[in-house]
Design a protein around this ligand. Structure first.
Ligand code: ATP
Length: 359
């Protein structure tokens, strides 16, 4: 049985639907991220799970029990927010002890649980400091410890790393992952940062305009996006326009720019039919580039407009000949020698990596 199950979850503010009929199941011990652009409804979903908002329609079940109208303090969930919300006048120890105190646990047990949790987040040396005497990353670890200490069913995190700089953010991401793996606690995490979602999650729920678009593992979303939105939002992608010219049981033939044709294996796409317009979608790392612009069959001709050194790779932006509106991003080894202005041929190494998305 899932720990948490949302069914038809909906939130309306007057005429505006902030969350539109979302179904989602979270298994015990999973790290699930709600990912979407600003205003897509992530925080509203989290706040309904927390009990800060009552759903307009649909239900929230915790281990099979409907909790849609249960008060927040009875839900046994921990929270971590971007602004930490630590008590400024209490020490680290007292902050972490707080949830146990209000649950009236015995003193001895409080001391033991707090000490264990402080060790887990590696803050032993800071137990007697006040929040203002800690760095942002340390404060976030206190917030995490406080949400863990009473062994909640779920921890809800809303953009918890939003206030940290990029380096520290990467560090704290791995730290949260480590602690989650040790404790096996279930976490629901909100972010608008797709890289963060890929790094941290077992499964990602992609939201757009109040709706759940796709729910799957990072790999499924990256390799098999179900829509243009997901293909564009998760990772970098190229989209080349095409028209379906024929369909067989196993593959689809598409006519594309520069008179090229390609056959792509069918993978259960049901919306495709002869004559329909598609995006041919392919990742930068699945394209090859060379200076053979005489253009053998299967290659697209173009010119490098920009070369970007990325440290561990080089990225080329290629404008296609006669189709300047189509820009391809191609990832190459960091020693790649081609340069801006070069005429090039671009090809897909393997049609297995090409996906067709109906327009
Ligand atoms: P962000 O990443 O910017 O925090 P989000 O995906 O978390 O965005 P929500 O905060 O869930 O988005 O908001 C979803 C939509 O609901 C937004 O368009 C927002 O303006 C609207 N909304 C949220 N709260 C209310 C409210 N109390 N009254 C009216 N509209 C609201």
């Amino acid at each position: 049985m899932p720990v948490l199950e949302l069914q038809g979850l909906t939130k309306k503010y007057g005429d505006f639907t902030a969350v539109d009929s979302v179904d989602l199941a979270v298994e015990a011990g999973e790290f699930v991220t709600l990912l979407g652009p600003s205003g897509s409804g992530k925080t509203t979903i989290l706040q309904m799970i927390a009990g800060f908002h009552i759903p307009s329609e649909g239900s929230i079940q915790l281990r099979g029990q409907d909790i849609s109208s249960m008060p927040t303090h009875k839900r046994n969930m921990g929270f971590v927010f971007q602004d930490y919300a630590l008590f400024p006048h209490m020490t680290v120890f007292q902050n972490i002890a707080y949830p146990l105190k209000i649950r009236k646990r015995p003193r001895k047990q409080i001391k033991k649980s707090v000490e264990e949790t402080i060790a887990l987040v590696q803050l032993e040396k800071f137990a007697h400091r006040k929040p203002h005497e800690l760095s942002g990353g340390q404060q976030q670890r206190v917030a995490l410890a406080r949400s863990l200490v009473f062994q909640p069913e779920l921890i809800l995190m809303d953009e918890p790393l939003g206030a940290l700089d990029k380096n520290l953010r990467g560090h704290v991401q791995l730290e949260i992952k480590r602690i989650q793996e040790i404790t096996n606690v279930t976490i629901i995490f909100v972010t608008h940062d797709q890289e963060e979602a890929l790094v941290m999650s077992d499964r990602i729920a992609v939201l757009n305009e109040s709706k759940l678009i796709q729910y799957g593992s990072p790999r499924e979303l990256y390799e098999a996006p179900n829509s243009y939105f997901v293909a564009d939002f998760i990772g970098e992608n190229n989209f080349i326009p095409g028209t379906v010219t024929s369909l067989s049981q196993d593959d689809v033939t598409v006519q594309t720019v520069q008179g090229r044709e390609l056959s792509v294996p069918l993978r259960g796409e049901t919306l495709l039919e002869e004559g329909c317009q598609v995006h041919i979608s392919i990742r930068p790392e699945e394209l090859s580039i060379d200076d053979d612009h005489a253009a053998a069959a299967g290659k697209l001709r173009g010119r490098i407009s920009t070369k970007v050194y990325m440290g561990n790779s080089v990225k080329y932006i290629v404008k296609l000949e006669n189709h300047e509106e189509v820009e391809l991003s191609v990832s190459a080894g960091r020693n790649a020698l081609l340069k801006s202005g070069d005429s090039v041929g671009v090809s897909w190494a393997d049609v297995e990596h090409v996906r067709l998305i109906a327009k």
